[in-house]
Each structure stands twice: as C-alpha cells, then as structure tokens.
Design a protein around this ligand. Sequence first.
Ligand code: NAD
Length: 489
Amino acid sequence: MQSKMFIGGEFVDALDGATIDVFDPHDGSLLASVAEAKEADIDRAVEAATAAKHGWARLAAADRGRLLLRLADAIEADADNLAMIETRDTGHPIRDTRNLDVMRTAATFRYFGGMADKFQGSVVPVEAGFLDYVTPEPLGVVGQIVPWNFPVMFCSWKMGPALAAGNTVVMKPAELTPMSALRIAELMAEVGFPAGVVNILPGYGNTAGQRIVEHPGIAKVSFTGSTPVGKSVARGAADTLKQVHLELGGKGANIVFEDANIPAAVGGTAFGIFHNQGQACIAASRLIIHESVVDEFLERFLALAASIKLGDPKDPTTEMGPLTSTMHRDRVLSYIEVAKSEGGEILLGGKAPSDPELANGCYIEPTVVRTDASSRVACEEVFGPFMTLHTFRTDGEALAIANSVDYGLGGGLWTNNLTRAHKIARELHAGMVWINSYKRVNPGSPFGGMGVSGYGREMGFEAMREYTEPKAIWVNIDAAIPPFYPRGA
Ligand code: NAD
C-alpha cells in the first residue's frame, strides 16, 4: 500500500519526516504509517498546483475528460485491490466496497470525464453591435478536505468535477483513512495526469487542513465533514475571501405512512440506517412512523436487523463491519448511555456484540431506540448503527417531527398516496428526498444540504458550477457609440 504523500507527480515523505499510524478497525492492528503533511507540505503542494494550473486550464476540455475516463477504467481494473484497501482501512464490508463504493467511484469519474467538454458557456443578447459571450472559467487551485466515512467515493465526488472544469487540486483525506486516496493518486499517475494537477496529502485537520483553509494561493475550499468544523472552515476562509462549499452533517427523517408498502419500507429503512454501520451523513437515523402500523413494521424490522451478519469486513458474507475507529465507536456507545438517561427504550442492540472474535474491533450491534423526538439522541448526529423511533397520527405531526432538527440533508417517505408523497416531499427541509426509497445517489443528481447541513452541491451540473465562475467578454463588432464627453471628441 502506498504510504507517501503525492505532490507534483511524485510520492514523497513529509518535509519533517512525520508519519500517521493507520489502524485496521476490525482488530486494531497497524495497517500502515503514512507520511503526515503539515503546513510546509501543503505550501509545497500549492506551489505544484499553481505551476500546473495554467496548462491544465488551457488543455482542450476533451483531453481533460479523456484522462478522467482513463482513470475510471483504471479504477475498475483495480477494483478488487482498491476495495480491499478501503475495507481494511474503513471496516466497510468487502461486498459493499467492491460492488458499491469502488464502482460508484469509477462511475463518478466517468460521468465528469464525459461532462468536461459538454459544460459550456452562453452568448447573451445585449445591445446592437456587441457580442457578449460568457465562459465558465476554472477557479485555479482548489483545496478539498474529506472525512473518513466514504473515502474512495469522495475522491471522485470532489476531484471529478474540479478537474473536469480545469482546476488543479490539493486534497486532504481524513487522517484515519488515507489509504484509498493514495491508491487513486497512483492510478492518476499511471494514466498520465500531468504533474501538479492533483496533489494528495494525508494530515490532521488542525495543521494541514487549517493551512488549506487559510492558504492565500487557494481559490476555493470544498469541505465535507462535521458541522462544527464546517463553521470553523467558513470563518477561516473569510480572511482570504476564499469561496467555500460545505457538505456537513445530517439527521435524516424517514417517514412511514399508514398506507405504505410495509415490507418495502422495512427493507429500505434497514439499508438507510445500517449500510456502512450508519456512518453516513444521509443515514435514515430517525424513523417517523404512523402509530397504526408501528407494530407490524417493528415485528419485521427488528427481525431483519437482528439477522444482519456482523463480522470481519474482509469476509464476503459479512453484512456489517466495525465502525471506523475506536474513538468513534466509544462516541456512539456514549450516545446509547444518553438515550437510556433520557428515558429511551432500547428495542434492539445498544451494545458491542459478545462474539469474542470481534472483541478487539470497533463493533456495535444494530440499535433501535424508542424515544421522544425532542431528546438529544433524536436531534444530534450519532453517525452509527443507531436509529430513533417516533410515532405520529397526522401528516402535519409527521412533518413537524421531521423538520424539528437544524439539519436539512436527506429525508425519505413511504406512501402509496401520490398527492401526499409530493406534498410532503416539497415541505421536507432537506436537499434530497427519496419517495418509496432511501439513500439513492447518482453522479447526475445534485447532492447537498440546507440549514446546518451546509451549502453548495456535489454532482451534476451543479458541481461544475461550484468549480467555475462565469466570465463575460464583451466584443464591440460594429456598435455605434455616441461620445460620452462630446466636447473632447
Ligand atoms: P470532521 O469534521 O471531524 O473531519 C472532516 C475532515 O476535516 C477531516 O479530513 C479532518 O482532518 C478535517 N478537519 C478537522 N478539523 C479541521 C480544521 N480545523 N480545519 C480544516 N480541516 C479540518 O468530520 P469526520 O468526523 O471526519 O466526518 C464525519 C462528519 O462528516 C459527519 O458529521 C458527517 O455527517 C459528515 N459528512 C457529510 C457529508 C455530506 O456530504 N454532507 C458526507 C459525509 C460525511
């Protein structure tokens, strides 16, 4: 596994030789010691990205696209290896990293590879005699900071549109999970990305991350992570008037109405909350269900959740792996204590599994808690296999519970009533809503949140707009302009 940082087309050690130890969350063993970027390393990377930016921006868009398409092919060819790297680093089951994360990474790079020469400007009908054309210009060097929950996928969400639009990149993976991003760097070098166009530097937030936020040579910072850190990123970027894009936390509402297809809602809800051990910003963390169907739903749901196979994520039959770090496992366990202290009723799980083979790993059983919608565990992001349950009688009550948190990222609803479905979808305070489904993502569909879930969007044309700014160029063809100061004419 690659353990050096990628700067100016080369894999190098940190200037001061520092390293970060990266652990396997299944058994706590040391996976790798990777080069740790500090401020001076970020400065080196910004220099390399600055040197590369003009050439990259002026390359034909189709040629930038071709490199992204080649990268997508290289990722698919390397899928078994890349998926295993991701599994060992994050604890995601191999069936998911192999079939979902890595495939989606390739698909997203491919989408933006195809987009590169299709994202175009416009001609504005201005006054007679003038041609006014508007081109989407890249911003220059962009900084990208990502969390540890879907590290390989986030490489494509962030770098795909930034590179397609003609920017060069300095990206910092999370200190806990840098391995797949370094493998992507190797593949980028192999398929021929010019030196300096992409620079990938593992490091901690308060050193490397902070330097990206404050560096005067960086035009924009795109940040995915927690809401408190997102706020500090916005503050830190203000001094250099950097553009900021924030993808922050969530507390997904998942509403099941009395007319829903219950078996479908049960399956969709389980995927919504337990996939990736619940470590997803769009996780279906709050089940809001009509009181007349709660018993039927719970009977099926608790049986399904109890049947989920926890275990070594490298085993292809494992359905749920460990959480990604010991610290995070302890944080989720502490929320279970909060739930109990708030009078929550633990309907399932609520503890680490008793299997001695999992004793050294960061495992938590699928957990369901019936609790008040205003309790802390129902309002704060837990980010684990932890779902709260709330019941309602009227559509208005369901909506009020759903919209009672400050977050506004993803939300879902299950009903066979067409009018109700569209009405509730429109009223939900969320950037993404799934009707009779949950947690669908696609490179073409804008991804992002409202409220304290952040601003700006990943994916689709919206992402290309994030990484460009319109430039209006006026050409006087044959305009008759009367002199403004006639006496001097
Ligand atoms: P985090 O905010 O602690 O860290 C995210 C990244 O920011 C890491 O790379 C970290 O090193 C860096 N960082 C930390 N402090 C920094 C600072 N002061 N300046 C600059 N960078 C800094 O978040 P996390 O615990 O790694 O990830 C979980 C959070 O991410 C959850 O809140 C989750 O909802 C959110 N998330 C959001 C989305 C989305 O698209 N909206 C997607 C995935 C995860």
